[in-house]
Ligand binder design. Structure first.
Ligand SMILES: Cc1cc2nc3c(=O)[nH]c(=O)nc-3n(C[C@H](O)[C@H](O)[C@H](O)COP(=O)(O)OP(=O)(O)OC[C@H]3O[C@@H](n4cnc5c(N)ncnc54)[C@H](O)[C@@H]3O)c2cc1C
Length: 503
């Protein structure tokens, strides 16, 4: 735990100021110190993309604040100069949410890494936004607790990023997403004010502004402190790996398990291509020749886990499982998970380039949607490996291509977009956990009407009327807050000038 902020040297050198963002850099050097402000091109390039590396923009300035007061100073400087800013945690996001602005400031929280409080009695921890997800569990473990949301990136992603994306993970089937585990946030609002939403107590009266803030992808302000719920470590955990001839039978087993009222901590599925990739990357030794595998984990009181485990095994056998392995110890359990958790990166072993897609469908639509994905793949010649949080119906198709082969990237993009259309067609969504960012903004109108989008923009404008906090993300067109959206829309300037008519 950090008790005091390291001191900083400030610059006495005056600089020639030409642009608003340079003015901001000069002001922040004065207020935060030289070592908190990066403007060297080589250093800036480290931050030019997040986990979605197809999009790259070098920011004009990177700021590394240490405290909430420093974050507020950055936001005020940007506000005064009309300069956009983007918050960044660890940069593992997969939707381009932390993509910088070329004329803007990137606010990186990686120095705000203190775990301020672990309060086992109240089952809460209070952490700074740059704290790594797994670090919360490490801090709580000695008292018998852990932090339940477990994105596969949990060894590197930050809690601030998790809040902004409402991140999920394998165990969110039973325990819920980030939004179910955050009870309070401190934010720097886009007017530079430090605001607290929620706290240690659950369900404060009034509008659920914290609910609005979680998943807002950095567009409503910057999180500077997070109060999270801690979960009691379960008495027993049991994990099995089941192999099936195809995803149809594996999907059938998932429906049977959940339909029987069993809520496993996690049910994850991988298809044959994803298994091949994981095997090549981490030698997880999954059953040879499997068309699909399920990793099913149960946790809770030992007696309940034992009874439900038998039931899970039975449903797997009834759905034509060809092999069932039960983890004998923690090492074997870790090996089962290693294949699944490494799956995204693992496809790099079988394809030079790939798109990690993220969509949601009702669980029962799984077999039909997987068949349609297979058909899309066959028609286009684009290979698709499937990895998913099967219990939640959250698909992660990995669309493989080789950028060096002309036309392949475009074909992969097309298949990737068609998969999202399939999700919408089946009553699902264009993202389960990776967020909209800049990558999926163009898909928002496929899911929402103009009125829906206008209503969301009104909320954003209430927080950020100047549109400086991560502009250009989530929404397909940058509507300025002066233009009041929805039914109260004023006349368009062209209309006011008599150059256009609205019918
Ligand atoms: C290999 C791999 C596996 C992954 N697995 C999962 C998974 O299982 N589940 C899942 O949900 N995601 C997963 N992800 C995606 C990613 O890790 C999550 O979205 C994560 O929450 C991003 O955290 P970050 O700190 O890297 O955020 P960044 O990428 O830095 O930022 C993400 C978004 O959050 C905003 N943001 C960051 N910090 C703040 C802040 N302090 N205040 C306000 N806004 C902020 C940014 O502006 C941006 O919009 C995976 C990514 C990778 C690379």
């Amino acid at each position: 735990m950090r008790t005091s902020s390291p001191s900083r040297r400030t610059s006495a050198c005056p600089e020639t100021v030409t642009t608003p963002v340079e003015q901001v850099a000069t002001r922040l050097r004065r207020e935060l110190g030289d070592d908190a402000v990066l403007t060297d091109r080589q250093q800036l390039r480290t931050y030019e993309c997040d986990g979605l590396a197809q999009y790259k923009v070098t920011p004009a300035v990177v700021v590394l604040p240490l405290t909430t007061a420093e974050v507020a100073a950055v936001v005020r400087a940007c506000l005064d100069a009309g300069v956009p800013y983007v918050a960044r945690g660890s940069g593992t996001g997969l939707s381009g949410g932390a993509l910088p602005h070329a004329d803007g400031v990137l606010v990186v929280t990686s120095r705000m890494r203190a775990v301020r409080d672990v309060d086992a009695a109240d089952q809460r921890a209070v952490v700074e936004p740059g704290v790594i997800n797994l670090q919360v569990t490490r801090a709580a473990a000695p008292q018998g607790y852990y932090y339940a949301p477990d994105p596969s990136s949990q060894q590197i992603c930050s809690i601030g990023g998790n809040v902004a994306e409402n991140s999920g993970g394998a165990h969110c089937l039973k325990y819920g997403f980030t939004s179910n585990h955050v009870t309070g946030v401190e934010i720097v609002a886009p007017d530079g004010e430090v605001v607290r939403l929620g706290g240690k107590a659950p369900d404060p009266p009034g509008y659920d502004l914290m609910g609005a803030f979680v998943a807002s992808e950095g567009t409503l302000g910057i999180v500077t402190e997070v109060t999270v719920r801690l979960t009691r470590a379960p008495e027993a955990v049991r994990c099995l790996l089941a192999a099936f001839p195809s995803t149809d039978e594996a999907g059938g087993a998932v429906s049977a398990i959940i339909g029987a009222g069993v809520v496993p901590a996690a049910i994850e599925m991988m298809d044959a291509l994803a298994i091949e990739a994981a095997e090549a990357a981490v030698q997880c030794n999954y059953p040879k020749g499997a068309g699909a595998v399920l990793v099913v984990e149960l946790d809770g009181p030992a007696a309940d886990v034992a009874a439900q485990f038998d039931e899970v095994e039975r449903h797997c056998r009834d759905n034509a499982a060809t092999e069932i392995r039960i983890a004998a110890d923690e090492a074997e359990r870790a090996l089962f998970w290693k294949g699944r958790k490494s799956a995204f990166a693992a496809v790099g072993r079988i394809s030079p380039d790939y798109i990690v897609q993220d969509g949601v469908i009702p669980r029962t639509a799984l077999p039909e949607v997987l068949r349609r994905i297979a058909a899309l793949s066959a028609e286009s010649g684009v290979r698709v490996a499937n990895v998913f949080h099967a219990g939640d119906g959250n698909l992660h198709p990995l669309v493989l291509f080789d950028d060096a082969v002309p036309g392949q990237a475009e074909a992969a993009e097309e298949v990737s977009g068609a998969i999202l259309d399939l999700c919408i067609e089946h009553g699902g969504s264009i993202t389960g956990e990776h967020g909209v960012g800049m990558d999926k903004a163009r898909f928002m109108p496929r899911m929402y009407t103009d009125d829906d989008l206008d209503t969301m923009q009104m909320l954003r404008c209430a927080f950020d009327p100047k549109n400086l906090s991560n502009p250009g993300k989530i929404f397909p067109t940058p509507r300025l807050c002066g233009e009041i959206p929805g039914r109260h829309k004023g006349p368009h300037p062209l209309q006011a000038a008599g150059l256009a008519e609205v019918f």
